[in-house]
Design a protein around this ligand. Structure first.
Ligand code: ADP
Ligand code: 2DT
Ligand code: MG
Length: 219
């Protein structure tokens, strides 16, 4: 029996870290659980990503940046897989869909004809990583996001870019094509209300229980 892999995705300030923390605590009432946040800025590659995100004078080709975010996930791959197989529930705060959506958004706004517009190319470095048993995308309007605290410090925190990222997320996360994907409308909901909606989806999907199914790979 193994633990389940649950991913929380969304735009900046949509409440991912708040909800990922609360979900990890809720799961810990019955199981061992662990939270992984991507990018993980504490690793060697994560340190480079942190510089890229926080220092606007630090230049990286957009393809290289894309590959670094993926490499950062591979840095944690063995540990994450081991945790699941040891029976731990793993909650992810961002993962591959952030990787694809942010790079895809750059292709719309900056490089119309580069590889960054090719979803298969964007997806390929993550192939082989564990596939989440459940993916929750926290959805709310750009207007409501703009009212939240803590904006404006990092590279991607610009309204026009966030709008583009939102449409890219909705392009790649399609519940009608992948039954493990759920869009959670958090517009106007309190932290507590969102927590309850998320928990209901987790229970409904059977992701609050250990499973015998092998960990799926992204393919
Ligand atoms: P993210 O990790 O997606 O960037 P956070 O969880 O850090 O988002 O939340 C961003 C800000 O919005 C924080 O100040 C947080 O307290 C606040 N926040 C989170 N969820 C809600 C909510 N449902 N309603 C209002 N404010 C929220
Ligand atoms: P946080 O604000 O959540 O620390 O995210 N990003 C993230 C990418 O461009 N590609 C990725 O693969 C991942 C995981 C989204 C920092 C920023 O990094 C972006 C926002
Ligand atoms: Mg966060």
């Amino acid at each position: 029996m193994r633990g389940q892999l649950i991913l929380i995705e969304g735009l900046d300030r949509s409440g991912k870290s708040t909800q990922a923390g609360l979900l990890t605590e809720r799961l810990a009432q019955a199981h061992s659980s662990q939270l992984y946040k991507f990018p993980d800025r504490s690793t060697p590659i994560g340190a480079l990503i942190n510089k890229y995100l926080t220092d606007s004078s630090f230049q990286l080709d957009d393809h290289s940046a894309h590959l670094l975010f993926s490499a950062n996930r591979w840095e944690l791959y063995t540990e994450l897989l081991q945790a699941l197989n040891d029976g731990k529930f793993v909650v992810l705060d961002r993962y591959i869909y952030s990787g694809i959506a942010y790079s895809l958004a750059k292709s719309s706004l900056k490089h119309a004809s580069s590889e960054l517009g090719d979803v298969d190319w964007l997806y390929s470095p993550d192939k082989g990583l564990p596939k989440p048993d459940l993916t929750l995308f926290l959805s709310l309007s750009i207007e409501e996001l703009g009212k939240r605290k803590g904006w404006g410090q990092e590279r991607y925190e610009l309204e026009q870019f966030q709008k583009e990222v939102k449409s890219c997320f909705l392009r790649i996360l399609d519940p009608s094509k992948d039954s493990t994907v759920h869009l959670v409308n958090v517009e106007g909901k309190s932290i507590h209300e969102v927590q309850q909606v998320i928990w209901d989806v987790v229970v409904e999907a059977g992701c609050d229980k250990l499973t015998e199914l092998p960990v799926q790979k992204l393919d």
